[in-house]
Design a protein around this ligand. Structure first.
Ligand code: NCD
Length: 354
């Protein structure tokens, strides 16, 4: 069985298969109206969501399938203390495929281990959000036609913005892709991602400085819900605001993307600019999720590739407050990154050597 927990769980070739399927769905919608007849998607949303949950629901409905689930952990047995492992064992009896969103980083990994059906990570804390990345890739493909040799500006909350983390990992595999990072000091990209990018990224202090070189400007919201210090959020929330003046500095054929919801980081005036792709991006989200559900159900008999680099460790994750390994009784697992740093298998943060 194949799951989608991280944006690099799919090879570049597999991403192409899903993109092509999404494009085929867009071109021949009528051919897919019954393609998941009799199948059920469970949406297990332990954290708030509008777009992602509804786009999964719309996707399954347009494939002729059924949807069940919850959108508030308090209305499920989770509020009685049930573990992710037990919940997923139970849900596996009712559904053919699961989409899970959870505030603890790495929770969908545990779910995938105990599930008897494919699990899709619909966002885990500040860690990753691979289906948003599939949405972003489809948008780039439809708007710009290719992935190679693009310069991508990432602006806003690069620390907690899970969509940015997943997008970087997926896009970095393409030839000649460069990233320009634009964020306040306090919200810089986590070190494991920065080192992965090595020479393929640089930092810019302002949007204006980066703008003329960008093919894509990926704006993000400062992730209020991840801040322990609310004053810090208030101080940082409006650091970067894209407006019509700044758009004048951009190439004619660049695009502005945003996973949404937007707060203040893009003024309404930008919406009418043809380069503002964020509302087209939302629509792509439904098509790509249709393609993903369809394909993962087809791949049910494929075997998940084993990661032979995972080991057990006695040490705890440095991110224990946000990581699922701090919330549930799971074995402490780790892997060695290319720089010799031991990282948590669930959330990718450093393992604390005592
Ligand atoms: C994003 C998320 O949930 O991480 N939203 C989404 O899925 N479209 C971005 C965000 O909440 O800022």
């Amino acid at each position: 069985m194949r799951h989608l927990i991280d944006s690099v769980d799919l090879t570049i070739e597999e991403i192409d298969i899903i993109m092509n399927r999404a494009l085929d769905i867009i071109a021949h919608k009528e051919m897919y109206t019954d393609s998941c007849h009799g199948k059920t998607l469970a949406t297990l949303f332990y954290e708030p969501s509008t777009r992602t949950r509804l786009s999964f629901t719309a996707a399954m409905m347009e494939l002729g399938g059924n949807v069940l689930g919850f959108s508030d952990a308090n209305s499920s047995s989770v509020s009685k203390g049930e573990s992710v492992a037990d919940t997923i064992r139970v849900i596996s009896a009712f559904a053919d495929i699961v989409a899970m969103r959870h505030s603890k980083e790495g929770a969908p990994r545990i779910a995938a281990e105990f599930a008897r059906v494919p699990v899709i990570n619909a966002g885990d804390g500040g860690n990753s959000h691979p289906t948003q990345t599939m949405t972003d890739l489809l948008t780039i493909r439809r708007e710009l036609g290719h992935f190679d040799n693009l310069t991508i500006g990432l602006c806003g909350d690069l620390k907690y913005g899970r969509t940015v983390h997943s997008l970087i990992k997926a896009m970095h595999r393409y030839e000649g892709v460069r990233f320009i990072l634009i964020s306040p000091n306090e919200l810089k990209l986590p070190s494991h991602l920065k080192s992965e990018l090595a020479g393929d990224c640089e930092e810019a202090a302002t949007i204006e400085e980066a703008m003329p070189r960008l093919d894509v400007l990926y704006m993000t919201r400062v992730q209020q819900e991840r801040f322990a210090d609310k004053d810090q959020y208030e101080r940082l929330k409006d650091t970067y605001i894209l407006d019509e003046e700044k758009m004048k500095l951009a190439k004619q054929n660049m695009i502005v993307m945003h996973p949404l919801p937007r707060v203040n980081e893009i003024t309404m005036g930008v919406d009418a600019d043809p380069r503002a792709a964020y509302f087209r991006q939302v629509e792509n989200g439904k098509f790509v999720r249709m393609a993903l559900i369809y394909t993962l159900l087809q791949w049910r008999n494929q075997v998940e590739k084993n990661r032979d680099d995972i080991c057990l460790t006695d040490h705890i994750c440095s991110n224990i407050r946000r990581c699922i390994s701090g919330a549930e009784n799971v074995p402490h697992r780790a892997y060695m990154d290319p720089y010799g740093i031991l990282r948590c298998y669930y959330c990718n943060h450093r393992i604390n050597p005592e």
